[in-house]
Design a protein around this ligand. Structure first.
Ligand code: UD1
Ligand code: CA
Length: 492
């Protein structure tokens, strides 16, 4: 059955004091998305014409997030009358007065409820011909929840809140999840009759059930087994518990799609991350935000990727990468820090103890060891020697450096930006480069080597060093200097 509800009303006006937070409860996040964001997504999966949030507490912050997340959302303000019934009433008031059909009610703090469950609810509601269907669950410990009082025909007669329940009602273990499907007209009509004569002095949405069933309408229970889907977040202990369950579900989804996750318990993957088939995720790895990973890649151990794109067959080990792009079959790590604007070409390499920022590193280019590369374009196949520093900041402004294709920067070079090194050029190890280098040139920007004969004998007479030098000379071994000008070799 493909029934579509007219509206989904998401209640998010409550206070959430137990979070002890300056952030509104529904804006706390699990799986990289706020609680209300999860609720909005599930609601959208029903294809409902209207999706609405009801707000009051910390209204501005909640509305700002919700409308940014989903610009088509309807926002309704709850007034000073308290209770879930009043919240829904205010919600209906902000929707077209002639709205007909099925209205779903969900909570902004119940993040694991799936769109699929909502669609099942709508289908069951339509099939049963009920005016109201309540999602219920049988739980071992029903304390705190509204209890479902069944009618003799198996329908629902009423829902009694914990604080209003008699002894025998407290023994009921079927609970109200707070998620419902209603016929819009019946809901509107019944809410008009709901009072506040209860233990909390609130307008209870649950009273609609009793009003409807007394009027002779059918009210059904839609029992679900997956209890996590009805769990709300009231404090940070529950936030962590639900976050862990969500993560486990996300990991399972990827594993079923052909991703190897060696240790799901230490792998944290946000809701929106995509991972290709035959990729392996090693322990202690976080894949966050809008990260996407290709097929046949290997990520981890100890990798954090935030909003990072990784190509097919790439390998990332012990690295922190933020807003970076890592090409196909490229390799990163161990101990690398890729900051925003890092683009590593296919088969390129960013090795150990390398930090990059706004660095466009061409295909097959290598930055293998101990380098800072900021504001730089490195051409295809270039090799940056160990310990090279791109000095991009002069204390006032940042400057850009370009290294040409297949060029070779000797180890321990500092490149004082802005500098252009052409294609196919060399820079001698230990250079402090301040001027451009043309294609085919070698730049040597350091002091010449000078050997002073007999210095040890004069300045360090009588030391072990002096004795060693004498012995070596006496043995006829001539101390030869390797070279006065060479040394272009890079560490590999
Ligand atoms: C409610 C139900 C209870 C059910 C439980 C499931 C009622 C009277 N009781 O109880 O039967 O077992 O949920 O979790 O409905 N909210 C508003 N405006 C308000 C009050 C609440 O928008 O004035 C929102 C809250 O932000 C929250 C949701 O409604 O998202 C539920 O509110 P909460 O106070 O947690 O309801 P419970 O008392 O737990
Ligand atoms: Ca609650």
């Amino acid at each position: 059955m493909n029934a579509v509800p007219a509206a989904v009303i998401i209640l998010a006006a409550g206070e959430g004091t137990r979070m002890k937070s300056s952030t509104p409860k529904v804006l706390h996040r699990i799986g990289g998305l706020s609680l209300v964001g999860h609720a909005i997504r599930a609601a959208r999966e029903t294809q409902a014409q209207f999706v609405e949030v009801v707000v009051r507490h910390e209204r501005e912050q909640v509305v700002e997030f919700c409308t940014g997340f989903d610009p088509d959302l309807v926002v309704a303000d709850q007034d000073e009358v308290r209770g879930t019934g009043r919240a829904v009433e205010c919600g209906l008031d902000a929707l077209p007065a002639d709205l007909e059909g099925t209205v779903l009610v969900t909570y902004g703090d119940v993040p694991l409820l799936s769109g699929e469950t909502l669609r099942d609810l709508v289908a069951a509601h339509a099939a049963s011909g009920s005016v109201a269907s309540v999602v219920t669950a049988h739980v071992p410990n029903p304390t705190g929840y509204g209890r479902i009082v069944r009618a003799s025909d198996g329908g629902v007669e009423r829902i009694v809140e914990q604080k209003d329940a008699a002894e025998h009602e407290l023994a009921i273990t079927e609970i109200n999840s707070g998620i419902y499907a209603f016929d819009a007209a019946v809901l509107r009509e019944a809410l008009g009759q709901v009072g506040t004569a209860n233990a909390q002095g609130e307008k209870y949405l649950t009273d609609v059930v009793e009003i409807a069933s007394r009027a002779g309408h059918r009210v059904s229970a839609h029992v679900i087994d997956d209890l996590w889907q009805t769990e709300g977040v009231n404090d940070r202990v529950q936030l962590a518990a639900l976050g862990k369950v969500l993560n486990q579900r996300i990991c399972e989804r990827h594993m079923r799609n052909g991703v190897t996750i060696v240790d799901p318990a230490t792998t944290w993957i946000d809701t929106d991350v995509s991972i290709g088939q035959d990729t392996t995720i090693l322990p202690f790895t976080e894949l966050l935000g809008a990260t996407s990973i290709g097929a046949g890649a290997s990520i981890g151990p100890l990798v954090s990727l935030v909003d990072t794109e990784v190509g097919d067959g790439a390998k990332v080990v012990r690295a922190e990468c933020v807003l970076a792009e890592i090409g196909a079959e490229a390799s990163v790590g161990p101990f690398s820090y890729l900051r925003p604007g890092t683009v590593l070409g296919a088969k390129g390499k960013i090795g150990g103890f390398v930090e990059t920022k706004n660095a466009d590193i061409g295909p097959g280019a290598k930055v293998p060891h101990l380098t800072y590369a900021g504001d730089v374009t490195i051409g295809e196949g270039a090799n940056i020697g160990a310990g090279t520093i791109f000095a991009n900041y002069d204390g006032i402004a940042k400057h850009h450096t370009t290294i040409g294709k297949h060029s070779f920067i000797g180890s321990d070079t500092v490149i004082v930006a802005p500098v252009d090194v052409g294609d196919g050029a060399y820079v001698a190890a230990g250079s402090a480069l301040t001027k451009d280098v043309e294609p085919g040139e070698i730049a040597v920007a350091r002091g010449q080597q000078r050997n002073v004969d007999g210095w040890v004998a004069r300045a360090r007479a009588g030391t072990k060093t002096d004795a060693a030098a004498r012995a070596a000379r006496e043995a006829g071994a001539r101390h030869t200097d390797s070279s006065a000008t060479g040394g272009e070799a890079s560490a590999q």
